[in-house]
Design a protein around this ligand. Structure first.
Ligand code: 0GY
Length: 290
């Protein structure tokens, strides 16, 4: 692994928050193990191994019942580690893959059979090389026939340029980590309000209210991110999902305690109904409808 790589927390605390029955960790990854599933040649980072067994043990320890595993960029377009984890989990996991324009419908249908329900389009420059928008649009046309959706990852400063493209996408869109706002600017800043408006004007756009550990400036327990998550949950209770982001790729400031992250959920949800929608009803509708 990279010399400055931070390994996931070895013994997270037991959350104080009791999760509702059927709670879904809707954003997490598997890395390798590399001797079984080698990392991609063109990757931008080399992580520690963090395989499916560790992920499923964490799921049980924290009180989740299901996972949505998102293909990590260190595996490129080689979805074998993801597919292996989905097969091992049976009905308890769904997946988001990364594919190229040459993907065939037969390959997509095979992934659908093991639980893949969408693809991720990544615009974060430190993670991936640029992909032309036409390529993404071509992939979108293919995957929409399976009823899949698209997860998009971008940074706040890129939203303005991306908006016309996002509006062209023909499926549900799930935005990672609330579009990565600069939390020092506050909820009312035009940049975050642009994201709020995007969701308000486009009913197919959902948000993961995830990754306070990435967005924070003040550190755990992430007080400076709460207003952002709470605002999105309050305004769009039926279009939000949440996940741990285990094993937390590319964390540099600190490695979060996953139990502390779960407790953060209770601070961005104001009612039991919001909690139930965020952790159960919404991810089940999006990922387990078929
Ligand atoms: C995240 C965030 C990051 C990395 C990846 O696939 C990935 O490599 O998603 C990041 O570095 O910000 O969502 O896990």
């Amino acid at each position: 692994m990279d010399a400055n790589w931070l390994v996931y927390h070895p013994n997270p605390k037991k959350p104080d928050l009791t999760l509702p029955v059927g709670a879904v960790d809707a954003h997490c990854h598997v890395f390798g193990p590399a001797d079984e599933f080698p990392f991609a040649p063109g990757r931008k980072y080399t992580p520690c191994d963090a395989g499916k067994d560790k992920l499923f043990a964490l799921r049980d320890f924290l009180g989740f019942q299901r996972n949505v595993i998102v293909q990590a960029t260190c595996h490129g377009k080689d979805n074998r580690a993801l597919v292996d984890a989905l097969k091992a989990a049976g009905d308890l996991a769904r997946g988001i893959a990364t594919v190229g324009p040459d993907i065939t419908m037969d390959e997509l249908r095979e992934m659908d059979r093991v639980g893949v329900r969408g693809v991720r389009f990544n615009f974060v420059k430190r993670l991936v090389d640029d992909t032309p928008k036409e390529v993404f649009l071509g992939i979108a046309e293919k995957i929409k026939t399976l009823g899949w959706h698209i997860v998009v990852y971008f940074e706040a400063q890129d939203l303005e340029e991306l908006e016309p493209f996002l509006k062209q996408l023909p499926t549900i869109i799930v935005v990672d980590h609330m579009g990565r706002p600069d939390v020092t600017k506050g909820v009312d800043h035009p940049d975050f309000q642009r994201f709020v408006r995007l969701m308000a004007e486009n009913e197919n756009i959902w948000s993961k209210v995830t990754c306070p550990e990435r967005l924070t400036v003040t550190g755990p327990p992430y007080d400076d991110v709460i207003d952002f998550g709470a605002a999105i949950v309050e305004q769009f209770p039926d279009r939000v999902i949440w996940g741990t982001d285990w094993p937390h790729p590319n964390m540099k400031s600190h490695m979060p305690d996953d139990g502390v992250l779960v407790d953060y959920i209770s601070r961005i949800t104001r009612t039991p109904e919001q909690l139930q929608k965020l952790l159960v009803d919404n991810p089940m509708r999006l990922y387990w409808a078929k």
